[in-house]
Ligand binder design. Structure first.
Ligand code: DGL
Length: 261
């Protein structure tokens, strides 16, 4: 079935997930929606996050997507159960990988950097309540980071200063695993590696999402049988520049357009 896989995020963050999906499933057609005009989702109410997630899903379904990847932790943790009830297509979400971190930690201290919306969600609370109480989780809201990344400021001095501030309580707590709970944050990994002690392992869920997408496509008999170059479409309701920069290595194979949605 050669219909596209639909992917959405509050902005450019989900491109980090899209790259993993495209690497694992190189013949699948994809449509990506960057709802940058409404970013950050992390400070919106649950109702607003649900309504934006419904809007994005409806648009992707109008474009005949066969499966939707919610490439946003904030939208997944606040809206995916509503989406699954409302729409009759498979959904893949992304959630902070605190369980794998809790299984691997030696220092019994793990850190999570995520949006306010994710850390306050019921889904995140129930996952973190399942972690045994000999493990301490230091939760930090990545205040300001999404807006800087949306503005293309991945390596700016302001970003470095903010990261230093956010990492301080985690380093103090002697974390040995840092869970990235927002799809915008993988762009910060090179900076994070410089700022964290060497033995801290950074965990992001992008590859797990790609593997789950492949599994679900196969289980639902939705995988593409094409061996042709796929159609890779990107739409943003803001400026295309940052999206193009983040996708520069695919420039010859993709289309990036501004669209009202
Ligand atoms: N990239 C998103 C996430 O994974 C949303 C960030 C935001 O818009 O606040 O949570």
């Amino acid at each position: 079935m050669n219909n596209p896989i639909g992917v959405f995020d509050s902005g450019v963050g989900g491109v980090s997930i899209w790259k993993k999906i495209h690497t694992l499933l190189p013949f699948e057609n994809t449509i990506y929606l960057a709802d940058s005009i409404n970013a950050p989702y992390g400070y919106k109410s649950v109702e607003e996050i649900i309504s934006l997630s419904i809007k994005n899903t409806e648009l992707l379904l109008e474009m005949d997507c066969k499966l939707i990847v919610v490439a946003c932790n904030t939208a997944t943790t606040n809206a995916i159960s509503v989406l699954r009830k409302k729409f009759n297509v498979p959904f893949i979400g992304i959630e902070p990988a605190i369980k794998p971190a809790a299984l691997k930690t030696q220092s019994k201290n793990i850190g999570i950097l995520a949006t306010k919306g994710t850390l306050n969600s019921n889904l995140f609370s129930s996952s973190s309540n399942e972690i045994t109480n000999d493990i301490t989780i230091t939760e930090v809201i990545g205040e300001g980071l999404v807006s800087l990344i949306e503005a293309g400021e991945i390596n700016s001095e302001e970003t470095t200063l903010l990261l230093k501030k956010h990492l301080k309580p985690m380093i103090k707590a002697n974390i040995d695993h840092l869970v990235l709970g927002c799809s915008h944050y993988p762009y910060l990994i090179p900076q994070l590696k410089k700022l964290l002690p060497k033995d801290v392992c950074i965990i992001d869920s992008g590859e797990a999402v790609a593997r789950q997408t492949k599994r679900v496509l196969q289980n639902h008999h939705l995988a593409s049988n094409s061996k042709e170059k796929p159609l890779l479409q990107f739409y943003t309701n803001s400026e295309t520049k940052i999206l193009e920069q983040l996708l520069y290595e695919f420039a010859n194979n993709i289309s990036v357009e501004k669209k009202l949605f």
